[in-house]
Write a new protein. Structure first.
Length: 446
């Protein structure tokens, strides 16, 4: 099986790589990629750009913006010529206005690469466009940290409005059989991702029950709303200190009799956590004991908070809860993929990764086990995985793009997280961007 599997992974991976769209002639995309490359190569420049991205929403004038930009860039010791030119512009008032405008426009442009619109209404054309291209979406409403009950109520209200808006827009679209049905039955077109930490200000590791009790009524109401409009509700996973509380809460609510017939809902499993196989045991035991009309969707990711988990554990003198070798994380991702595929129809499986090897492995494993392509969903982040998303859609696979919606201020934390991910040393996207050969990109994790 292993040799056959490896051969199939290579075949699928190469076919996908060949189906990546070409960006020749797309100047804006090339510019974005160049900015990412520069940032990836130089830690000081990366830090300066992150600080600038953080401060943009707080600046009141172009002069102010330019002042910040040149101030941060002064801390970069080796400057490419384009940066030296930008800094000279900071010497005159007209130059500062132009530089400030260019900096703000650059950040806004970069943010729009990741964010589909300021609110669900503004995002609708992009969502329609994706659907036409054979790509479903899950919308994520960006927001600032929830520190009061009022903010949690407002987030819940925005989610409810988004469910209505999404249901209305998707109702009017042409059929896309691959995106709306698997062998178990219909899949909702409208799909919203939510964060429990935004539904309560009280989610704290030292008193998880308080956060659960406070978030429960808002999440229950959202589940009811999703069931009413026929949408899917996916609950994202955040850092480890809230994992137990979030998983327990979601599974407890979904087990309530009123939700036995719907809505379709899902949770996230993070493969970078060393104990993720035990978390999967918990999820599968729950699914076995809790028959629902629409099986739980499990989205497998590696995990977005790797640096945070390492730093937090070291600060407290705890053992590090995440794998510290990238290959160990990747191998665990493949093992969990296999277990999830084998657990169907108890759960529906969504593999969320931009790593060609991880994705090709899931597709190959499914096919070799006699599975139908329709019973495997592949998920990407808008702005980071667009090329892979289009390649997957062109190969007739089901793909869903995770689409953040929000204004520039709310989007900053998200943008910084994505920039970090895209410029991190140990990332498939950075290897791919730097021309690492396909054999290496598709090699088994070792
Ligand atoms: C649709 C979608 C939804 C998502 N939802 C969530 C979510 O709810 N919660 C969440 O946490 N993340 C979520 N993510 C983010 C996801 O975790 C990251 O995109 C992902 O970790 C990047 O992995 P990759 O397979 O694309 O890339 P790769 O380049 O293969 O992997 C990078 C990842 O490997 C891990 N890593 C890096 N260095 C090391 C190391 N030295 N040792 C061990 N591991 C290492 C980190 O997790 C890093 O992010 C989502 C992603 C997608 C596409």
């Amino acid at each position: 099986m292993d040799e056959r599997l490896e051969r199939e992974i290579q075949r699928v991976g190469r076919a996908l790589a060949a189906a990546f769209p070409s960006h020749r002639g797309n100047a804006l995309k090339a510019l974005d990629n160049r900015a990412m490359d520069l940032a990836a190569e130089d830690a000081e420049l990366r830090a300066a750009l992150f600080r600038f991205v953080d401060v943009v929403p707080a600046c009141r004038s172009l002069d102010d913006l330019a002042g910040h930009l040149t101030g941060y860039l002064e801390q970069v010791h080796t400057r490419p010529p384009s940066l030296r030119a930008a800094m000279r512009m900071g010497d005159t008032k007209a130059g500062r206005a132009a530089l400030g405008a260019a900096g703000a426009a650059g950040v806004r442009h970069m943010a729009h690469r990741f964010i589909v619109g300021a609110d669900p209404a503004a995002a609708l054309p992009a969502l329609r466009g994706l659907w036409r291209d054979g790509i479903a979406a899950s919308v994520d409403l960006l927001g600032e940290a929830t520190v009061t009950a009022g903010e949690a109520d407002r987030y819940a209200a925005r989610c409810a409005e988004a469910l209505d808006a999404l249901a209305a827009v998707y109702d009017a679209l042409d059929p896309r059989p691959m995106l709306e049905r698997d062998t178990l039955g219909p899949l909702p077109r409208a799909n919203l991702s939510v964060k429990v930490s935004a539904l309560t200000p009280l989610l704290r590791p030292e008193a998880p029950e308080r956060g659960q009790r406070d978030a429960a009524p808002r999440l229950r109401e959202l589940l009811r709303h999703a069931a009413r409009v026929g949408a899917h509700l996916h609950i994202d996973m955040e850092s480890l200190d809230s994992r137990e509380a979030v998983l327990e809460l979601v599974l407890a609510l979904l087990a309530e009799p009123e939700f036995a017939d719907g809505p379709s809902a899902g949770v996230v499993l993070q493969a970078y956590l060393r104990d993720s196989p035990q978390t999967l045991d918990t999820i599968l035991a729950w699914a076995r004991a809790t028959p629902r009309a629409q099986p739980l969707v499990v989205r497998l990711v590696k995990g977005a908070y790797w640096d945070h988990e390492v730093v937090a554990a070291r600060q407290h003198g705890w053992s590090v809860p995440v794998f510290e070798r990238k290959a160990d994380c990747d191998r665990n991702f493949e093992a969990l993929t296999t277990r999830l595929l084998e657990a169907r129809p108890l759960v529906r499986v969504a593999i969320a990764s931009h790593n060609l090897r991880s994705v090709a492995h899931a597709i190959a494993r499914n096919r070799l086990a006699g599975g139908d392509d329709a019973d495997l969903e592949l998920q990407i982040l808008r702005g980071l995985g667009d090329d892979l998303g289009h390649a997957l859609a062109s190969e007739g696979l089901r793909v869903r793009a995770y689409c953040p919606v929000g204004d520039l201020v709310a989007g900053m934390a998200y943008l910084v997280r994505r920039l970090l991910e895209n410029t991190a040393n140990e990332s498939f996207l950075s290897d791919h961007a730097h021309g690492v050969p396909i054999e290496q990109l598709l090699a088994p994790p070792a």
